[in-house]
Design a protein around this ligand. Sequence first.
Ligand SMILES: Nc1nc2c(ncn2[C@@H]2O[C@H](COP(=O)(O)OP(=O)(O)OP(=O)(O)O)[C@@H](O)[C@H]2O)c(=O)[nH]1
Length: 210
Amino acid sequence: MTASFTIINASYVATAVNANQYPAGELAEIAFIGRSNVGKSSLINSLCRRNGLARTSGTPGKTQTINYFRLAGKLADDSRLEFMLVDLPGYGYAKRAQTARSTWSKFIEEYWLKSSRLKLVCQLIDLRHPPMESDMNVYRWLIEHGLEVQVVATKADKISKSRIRQHIQVIYKDIDMSNLNPAGSILAYSAVSGLGRDELLDVIRNILLK
Ligand SMILES: Nc1nc2c(ncn2[C@@H]2O[C@H](COP(=O)(O)OP(=O)(O)OP(=O)(O)O)[C@@H](O)[C@H]2O)c(=O)[nH]1
């Protein structure tokens, strides 16, 4: 598959911990969220083809701020499309059972409820394991609050190709997608091999052009 939307520029814009610090402007926002260590920074870097844009580490729970990156993409007809990529802190850090509400700080909830330019939430779930309770609660919360969600199953290179489909089915069933969001789908992604990258860029382009 050839990408019909290619990222040609990506730069850091701002960090926020409350609504007063959201960057001004009219750009549509695409947000990324997932459990700590799910591979969010790696995915953002691979999407933008910029190592080090979002920091990566093996230490979970590092990012506790909302980080904004301005991205410019080129469409098949050479026109440009700009948007804001919003990197949110990892959830599910605590070991005890959690409701969605208690998995994130007040300022994250403020973002979900106040960011009028938010067009899509990419929720990242580790493809290797069944979703955790926090993944299921967050998905449910986002859908119930009317947000558009694309589930992205990360680290797909870590399991054999033949098992990807099977693992996707487990996530689909466990997060109850057929009931909560019948039109929803799950995309397998690998920041290492690039699997799913063109497809995710297409999803983003389609949302931005809607
Ligand atoms: N094999 C493989 N490893 C990955 C992939 N994505 C991330 N990793 C590894 O998983 C670990 C966590 O990745 P990060 O991108 O730092 O995860 P994160 O979700 O940003 O983590 P926090 O900042 O703690 O929320 C790192 O050791 C990455 O190298 C992938 O697609 N394939």
